[in-house]
Design a protein around this ligand. Structure first.
Ligand SMILES: NC(=O)c1ccc[n+]([C@@H]2O[C@H](COP(=O)([O-])OP(=O)(O)OC[C@H]3O[C@@H](n4cnc5c(N)ncnc54)[C@H](OP(=O)(O)O)[C@@H]3O)[C@@H](O)[C@H]2O)c1
Length: 269
């Protein structure tokens, strides 16, 4: 339970991958943390690890795919008297399928977690940060935000939303003392790959470098501290993101389709 006077970072999707690594960065940097996700055990293990770094953790179980989840989370935080200094909207999921063959329930969850909960939580937490003239927000986008993605159409579009939203509010808030940083990783070795059934895709079976969650978090956290509006992690990812500005859409679509299509036996043509 958070009870010290250290500033507090809330991380959604803290039970694995980039979210857990960002919580480690925050703890090393002298923060206490609020860990939010659906699975308790991995967050308990993380809390024990962070305790050794001097950080207190509060674990809150929340299913952000449920409508109203962000408001319920905010109420819970306020009822505990927790003041959030930094909000890291990291929770997210993907799905690899041709759109007409995708799972409607999974699509709804993806939209709710990747877009709705992220937007609502940001809206709920911002006014108090602005009133204090102090606060940091991080949004997890992806290099997928820079072009459309056949076979992951909704995921790519959800990340384009996050990048556009993040850049816009970072500009709006530039005179308020509150910064907004949109983190855009490329392929990263986390549970995301299995959750999105991407093991057989070109993206995770190509010469493209796959970064560790620890490296992504280290670079992302430094950008958050510096108040940078956008950070693309890794040189190759930076080049790819930049090249989308100059490449013809037909080429971008063909490359993204090639990289995102599943090649395993279970995938439908
Ligand atoms: N890995 C990559 O290649 C990559 C690249 C670019 C961007 N990203 C983005 O980075 C972020 C973190 O992903 P990751 O790679 O670290 O994947 P991950 O290891 O699968 O972690 C995803 C996190 O989101 C949480 N989450 C998923 N659905 C949730 C729900 N309904 N309610 C609450 N929490 C939920 C998961 O917790 P529970 O399952 O315990 O709820 C987990 O902690 C995502 O936004 C992802 O889109 C990933």
């Amino acid at each position: 339970m958070v009870s010290s006077t250290r500033p507090i970072v809330l991380v959604t999707g803290a039970s694995s991958g980039i979210g857990a690594a960002l919580a480690r960065e925050a703890a090393k940097d002298g923060h206490d943390v609020v860990l939010v996700a659906r699975r308790r055990e991995p967050m308990q293990a993380l809390a024990a690890e962070l305790k050794a770094l001097g950080a207190e953790s509060t674990i809150i179980l929340a299913d952000l795919s449920k409508p109203g989840a962000a408001a319920a989370l905010m109420q819970d935080i306020e009822a505990r008297g927790i003041v959030i200094d930094t909000l890291i909207n990291n929770a997210g999921l993907g799905e690899t399928a041709r759109f007409d063959q995708s799972d409607p329930e999974r699509l709804a969850a993806m939209l709710q977690v990747n877009i709705v909960a992220l937007t609502e939580l940001t809206r709920l937490m911002l006014p108090k940060m602005v009133a204090r003239r102090r606060g940091r927000i991080m949004l997890l986008a992806s290099t997928a935000a820079f072009q459309p993605g056949p076979h992951m159409a909704v995921y790519y579009a959800s990340k384009a939303y996050v990048l556009s939203f993040g850049q816009a509010i970072a500009y709006e808030l530039r005179v308020t003392g509150v910064t907004v940083t949109t983190l855009c990783p490329g392929p990263t070795a986390t549970e995301f790959v299995e959750v999105a059934q991407m093991e057989s895709t070109g993206l995770f079976n190509s010469p493209m470098p796959v970064m560790s969650a620890a490296d992504v978090a280290r670079l992302g956290y430094a950008a958050l501290k510096a108040g940078r509006p956008v950070i693309v992690t890794g040189l190759v990812n930076k080049i790819i993101a930049m090249s989308t500005r100059f490449s013809p859409p037909s080429v971008l679509l063909a490359i993204a389709s090639h990289l995102s299509r599943r090649r395993d036996a279970a995938a439908r043509p």
